[in-house]
Design a protein around this ligand. Structure first.
Ligand code: A3P
Length: 272
């Protein structure tokens, strides 16, 4: 990136576009959409609608920060701007690029049980392929090779959180990376969102009336100024049934990487 633009440009009616003061960096299938939508319930937050893929896609990154800024929502000057691109977390060149934009930026990382995340990742790709009228391999065929966990399966690597986290900790102190427990966010979103508010120094605003459990969807949905909505149908899909013996293999496979991750971040998660 050559030219450094101002951190904000003026828009209509006193609004501005601002470089994000916080970014949801991942993890893919961790609950990143739920997190950004729930954060948007807060009046002091303006969220980019789409995944920007600025720091991970060369064709975008080459356009420079002025282009990145142009992708941000119009906000009130006092609002915080946030974008989410789940692929950032697992892309090794991204931490340094974000650091160069703003070394003090606050990062949000939402994580989920690594095995559950793999199944969710598989399910997403499965649906994408189905839509393109291609068939796709059954889950066992991608997870297992010669009776062992298939290390070539990319989704497994994305769940090796400690590997990716190490890259981030080279540039950012742990205090600037807030970990959101994605499994907890599914079960009970409010406490997680209160912690996010605190991390971002937002006035406490998100409250119990912002959430209601929708039995049909099987997930919490959002209530925003009386308007109720659930996330898109692609969020909260049923996962394929995996043979218990294979599931056990996966749990075992992630045991040591998880331990390393807990050590790295100084906290544990309730993962299998
Ligand atoms: P599944 O569809 O596999 O259940 P992302 O937005 O990062 O792609 O993450 C998608 C995941 O968000 C979903 O994965 C789902 O489990 C989770 N999620 C968390 N809170 C949710 C909510 N309130 N509604 C729907 N999905 C939610």
């Amino acid at each position: 990136v050559t030219a450094t633009p101002a951190a904000a440009t003026a828009g209509p009616n006193g609004t501005v576009q601002q470089l994000p003061q916080t970014i949801i960096i991942g993890v893919r299938k961790g609950g990143t959409r739920a997190l950004i939508e729930m954060l948007s319930l807060h009046g002091e937050v303006a969220a980019a609608e789409n995944e920007v893929h600025f720091f991970d896609w060369e064709s975008h990154f080459e356009r420079g920060l002025a282009w990145y800024l142009s992708q941000m929502p119009f906000s009130q000057p006092e609002q915080l701007t946030v974008e989410k691109t789940p692929a950032y977390f697992t892309s090794s060149k991204v931490p340094e690029r974000i650091y160069r934009m703003n070394p003090d930026i606050k990062l949000l990382l939402i994580l989920r049980d690594p095995t559950e995340r793999v199944l969710s990742d598989y399910t997403q790709v499965f649906y994408n392929r189905l839509q393109k009228h291609k068939n796709y391999q059954p889950i066992e065929a991608v997870l297992v090779k010669d009776g062992e966990v298939n290390l070539e399966y990319k989704a497994l690597g994305r769940s090796l959180y400690y590997l990716h986290m190490q890259n981030w900790l080279r540039f950012f102190p742990l205090e600037n990376i807030h970990l959101v427990d994605g499994d907890q966010l599914i079960r009970d979103p409010l406490p997680e969102m209160k912690m996010v508010e605190r991390f971002l120094n937002l006035t406490p605003q998100i409250n119990a009336s912002n959430f209601y459990f929708n039995k049909t969807k099987g997930f919490y949905c959002l209530r925003d100024h009386g308007r109720e909505r659930c996330l898109h149908d692609s969020k909260g899909r049923a996962h394929p049934r995996v043979e218990p013996a294979i599931l056990q293999k996966l749990y075992r496979f992630f045991h040591e990487p998880n331990r390393k991750f807990f050590e790295l971040v100084g906290r544990t998660f309730d993962w299998n």
